[in-house]
Design a protein around this ligand. Sequence first.
Ligand SMILES: Nc1ncnc2c1ncn2[C@@H]1O[C@H](COP(=O)(O)OP(=O)(O)O)[C@@H](O)[C@H]1O
Ligand SMILES: O=C(OP(=O)(O)O)[C@H](O)COP(=O)(O)O
Length: 477
Amino acid sequence: MASTAASPAFCAIPKASTAAATRASLNAPTTRFLAKTPLRGLGFSAADSLLVHHVATKLRSFSASPVRGVATMVKKSVGDLSAAELKGKKVFVRADLNVPLDDNQNITDDTRIRAAIPTIKHLINNGAKVILSSHLGRPKGVTPKFSLAPLVPRLSELLGIQVVKADDCIGPEVEKLVSGLPDGSVLLLENVRFYKEEEKNEPEFAKKLASLADLYVNDAFGTAHRAHASTEGVTKFLKPSVAGFLLQKELDYLDGAVKNPKRPFAAIVGGSKVSSKIGVIESLLEKCDILLLGGGMIFTFYKAQGLSVGSSLVEEDKLDLATSLLAKAKAKGVSLLLPTDVVIADKFAPDANSKIVPASAIPDGWMGLDIGPDSVKTFNDALDTTQTIIWNGPMGVFEFDKFASGTEAVAKKLAELSGKGVTTIIGGGDSVAAVEKVGVAGVMSHISTGGGASLELLEGKALPGVLALDEATPVTV
Ligand SMILES: Nc1ncnc2c1ncn2[C@@H]1O[C@H](COP(=O)(O)OP(=O)(O)O)[C@@H](O)[C@H]1O
Ligand SMILES: O=C(OP(=O)(O)O)[C@H](O)COP(=O)(O)O
C-alpha cells in the first residue's frame, strides 16, 4: 500500500486528551443537573457523594432511553394515555407505511411496517379501534399501483388479527366501516395522497379525516417533516394528539441522545455532496467531539486545501464553505478527520480499474470512490474512544462492491462498539441500506426509519408533525 506520509496534515485526534477533556465536560453538566434534582425529596442525602456518583452514572446510561426531562421535544406519548382513555375509542393512527414494492406489488422491505406494530398492538390490546392511515409513494390523484392493499396481508400477519381495508380514506363508505369496528380491531384507510388536499394540508380535508376518530396518534416519523393534513392539520381537530412509540424512539435518539450524548460523541457524515449535508455538519459541529467525513463530499474539502482531486466529485461553489467548516471545527475543538487515503477508479462503474492512493496523490483522470484502509484504521481508532456515535451517509459508492469496503468497515465497527455498550445511531438514508447489506442492523442502538426527516432533525429543525402534538405533562426528575 502506498505510504500516506505525503498526505495533508488533517486534524489529528488527540486521543487520550480528547477522552479526558470530554469526560470532564460530561461531569460538569451532570453535576449541575443533579444539583437541581430534588435528591433529598427522594430520601437521598445530597452529601453522599458516592451515591450522587452512582445516580449520575445511571443517568448517563439512560441518556439514550426515553429522555423525558432531557430531550427538548417532549411530547405526550401514546404510553401516557390510560387504559380508560383508550378502551372503545376510535384512534386515528398516522403511520409511515411507505414501503418499497416490486413490479408484482410484493413488499421488498417491510421495516416500516414492523416499526409501526408496537403502537398499533398497544392500542388494540387496550381495546381501541384503530383507524390506520398512511401515504405510499407520490401519486398524482388515485393511482392503483400506489394502493395500500398489498400491505394488508403483512400487517394482519404481524398483528395477529385480520386488518380490514377501506377503498377510500374519507367519505360515507369509510364512516360506515368505522361505525362497525369492534374494539381491538384495525381499519386501514386507502392512501391519503390520493387526495391533493393531503399535501396541501387543506383544513377541510384534515377535518374530514379527524371526524372519523376520537383521538390522534402520530407514529409516522418518516413523514414528520411534512406539514400535511394527516400529519399536522388533523391535530387541530383531534385532542389529544400524541406521539406513537416509534416517533418517540426516533426523537429520543435523534434529538435527545444527540443533544445530551454520552461522551466522547462522534459523528460520521458521508454521502455524495457537501451541499446536502451542510446543515447537518454545522449542527453536529456544535455537539460532537469528533467528526469523521467520508463519501463524495471529501473531495471538495481536499480541493479547498489545494490538493489535486482528478475527476472526483467536487462542488466548486462550496470550496469556501469547506474551508470555513474546517476552521469552525478547529475553533470549536472538534477533531475533524478527513480520510488520509482513498480508493480511486478510472471510471464511474462497478468494473472500473481501481487502486489505493494517499489523498494527496489522486492522478488526473481518476476519481475517488471510497475511503482507503489507512483511513478505516484511523477512523476505527477514533471511534474506539467514543460512547455515542451517529452516522449519516456512506463512505463511498457502496452500491459497487469494489468501492463498498469503507462503508462496510464503518458498519462493522459500529456493530462491534454497539456490542460493547456504545450508543450507535444510524441516521436514515443510504447508511441504513449499508448497515442492512452488512447484516448488522439488529445490533445498532437505533436505526432511523426516516431519511429526510432524520436529516432535518439532525440539522436542528423542528418537525411540523412533531410540533403539532400535545406537550407532555412536565415531570420533575
Ligand atoms: N466518492 C463518491 N463519489 C460519488 N458518489 C459517492 C461517493 N461516495 C458516496 N457516494 C454516493 O452518495 C450516495 C449517498 O449520498 P446521500 O444521498 O447524500 O447519502 P444519504 O442517502 O445517506 O443521506 C450513494 O449513492 C453513494 O454512491
Ligand atoms: O420515504 C420517505 O422519506 P425518505 O425517503 O426521506 O425516508 C417518507 O415516506 C416521506 O415521503 P415523501 O418524501 O414522499 O414525503
